[in-house]
Design a protein around this ligand. Structure first.
Ligand SMILES: [Zn+2]
Ligand SMILES: [Zn+2]
Length: 399
């Protein structure tokens, strides 16, 4: 595996690893990444890069201009936040912030984009502009939305935008990407059933019973997947909590019962269908049993949909580094990613880079207390960013 950008980044391996481990030891939750954002801004300024801080509260944007004339502009995005997980790796650079952990590798993403910043400042022979977008709060705390609402693409107009995520269940040295829907939309639902409640032992016939309604409802939910969603499409509906009644009064039928759950889908049509059918089933089943229902469907991030042209660019960028045999496709991921919102606003693509290092090519998975970002892939990640810039702005594609 040789490529000038890989060789270049390998020379900085020690420094970049030190940065990664420093971020790892000081993880911050979404919209609390003051230290991380300051570190990013400091590193970018040390490279002589134009820096804008406070985009969407804690986002940082670095701007690098090529030395050749060109109007095309691309955005390269990394995320900076950590998760509410207690680290159990026992590593010397493990989290010093109890209960918070870089369990999704965003410490590595931030570091790889900083490495790319260094590469680009030393290799400005490209035509156009690159915006390095360091985003806060990817993990469900609205960082992409905040940056977009703060005018990200108006202040830093981009013709295309790219994202990169590590994948510890794929061997290091490999890449994977999927054109079209690649990650799911993640929504929540909450259904409240209301009835009279009553004495469950002596006078159940005088009451309307929400516990029977919820039992029908939980079972009927899966008919949405089995009988409403087309067989060749995919979706997930799972109930996460059922709350009602009291275990110290088992002879009392509750008057109210609340069910919450999660919904995943890949297309706007299926997403609309899930919302509509949850409401129809809740109301229909409730009325059949003399109860009422109130169904709420809370939309989170949409599906991450890779654009065909930029998927080809991302794939070509990886193939230039590891050859065609090192770049694959992947099945749609049921997890979600708020980079989806940037892809709604601009054409772009989201690439996975393998991080697995065990004998079977895998390492502990994301969002587990034993996960650690694989520092060995930092040069390859840096090189992929460099290669994307080469593909986009290196010649032949000038706008
Ligand atoms: Zn994550
Ligand atoms: Zn992540």
């Amino acid at each position: 595996m040789t490529h000038p950008a890989i060789e270049g980044a390998r020379r900085w391996q020690a420094e970049l690893t030190a940065i990664r481990r420093d971020i790892h030891a000081h993880p911050e939750l979404g919209m609390e990444e003051q230290r991380t954002a300051a570190l990013v801004a400091r590193e970018l300024r040390a490279l002589g890069i134009e820096v804008t801080e406070g985009v969407g509260k804690l986002g940082v944007v670095g701007t690098v201009r090529g030395t050749r004339p060109g109007q095309r502009v691309i955005g390269l995005r990394a995320d900076m936040d950590a998760l509410q997980i207690t680290e159990q790796t026992g590593l010397p650079y493990a989290s010093q912030n109890t209960g918070v952990m870089h369990a999704c590798g965003h410490d590595g993403h931030t570091t790889m984009l900083l490495g790319a910043a260094r590469w680009l400042t030393e290799n400005r022979d490209f035509a156009g502009t690159v915006h390095l977008i360091f985003q806060p709060a990817e993990e469900g705390r609205g960082g992409a939305r905040a940056m977009l609402a703060d005018g990200l693409f108006e202040r830093f107009p981009c013709d295309a935008v790219y994202g990169l995520h590590n994948k510890p269940t794929m061997p290091a040295g490999r890449f994977a990407i999927r054109s079209g829907p690649a990650l799911a939309a993640a929504d929540r639902f909450e259904v409240t059933f209301r009835g009279t409640g009553g004495h469950g032992g002596s006078t159940p016939h005088l009451a309307t019973d929400v516990t029977v309604v919820q039992a029908h409802f939980v079972l009927a939910l899966q008919t949405i997947i089995g009988r409403n969603v087309p067989a060749v499409e995919a979706a997930v509906l799972s109930v996460g909590s059922i709350q009602g009644g009291s275990s110290i009064s088992p002879n009392v039928m509750p008057a109210e019962l609340v069910i919450t759950g999660t919904a995943r889908s890949y297309t706007p049509e299926v997403r609309d269908l899930l919302e509509r059918r949850i409401g129809e089933l809740a109301n229909g089943l409730a009325s059949a049993h003399g109860c009422t229902a109130e169904a709420r469907y809370m939309r989170g991030v949409p599906a991450t949909v890779n654009h065909a042209e930029q998927t080809d660019v991302a794939r070509a960028a990886a193939m230039a580094l590891v050859g065609a045999e090192g770049v694959g496709s992947h099945a749609p991921v049921t997890g979600a990613e708020d980079f989806a919102l940037m892809l709604e606003a601009r054409p772009g693509a989201f690439m996975f880079i393998g991080g697995g290092s065990g004998p079977d090519g895998t390492s502990p998975n994301l969002h587990t207390p034993h996960f650690d970002f694989n520092d060995e892939i930092i040069p390859l990640g840096v090189a992929w960013w460099a290669s994307v810039v080469q593909q986009e702005l290196g010649g032949g594609r000038e706008a």
